[in-house]
Design a protein. Structure first.
Length: 140
């Protein structure tokens, strides 16, 4: 998706402790970077000759969510009008596992009613992302 009219947002449960909010944002960001590498700019050398690896080209707002809102939003992103958006989710199921294999096994035995989302990352056409999240407040 090389369209300049794209947008990326994170929506995180505002009721989580600060450490889990930070952890959720980091995990969502890493996964979004993997699946949408065009969001990341080229490396830059400063005047001293130190290379700084590329960072995101556009701001990534972090918005307030709640358990119910995140479930509703995730369901909405699976409907036809939003199926082309890149959506990454992070849940209590994932956070409670020590290994990726444990996460796989646990998630495959859990229905969506059995976990709570800690956060979602959404990337895609700016108009669609705004339609989904434009009324959400920033998480501060």
């Amino acid at each position: 998706m090389n369209n300049p009219e794209t947008k990326c947002v994170l929506i995180i449960d505002e009721n989580l402790p600060l450490g889990l909010i930070a952890n959720t944002a980091a995990i969502l960001g890493v996964t979004l970077g993997k699946y949408a590498p065009e969001m990341v700019g080229n490396s830059v050398e400063d005047r001293s000759g130190i290379e700084h690896l590329g960072i995101v080209k556009k701001p990534v707002p972090i918005l307030k969510g709640s358990t119910d809102l995140l479930h509703e939003l995730r369901d909405t992103t699976m409907t036809e009008p939003f199926a082309d958006l890149l959506v990454v989710d992070f849940s209590d199921t994932a956070q409670s596992c020590k290994t990726y294999d444990e996460y796989i096994a646990k998630l495959q035995k859990t229905s969506k009613a059995g976990y709570s989302y800690f956060g979602l990352g959404i990337y895609g056409e700016k108009k669609k992302v705004n339609r989904l999240t434009g009324s959400f407040s920033l998480l501060r």
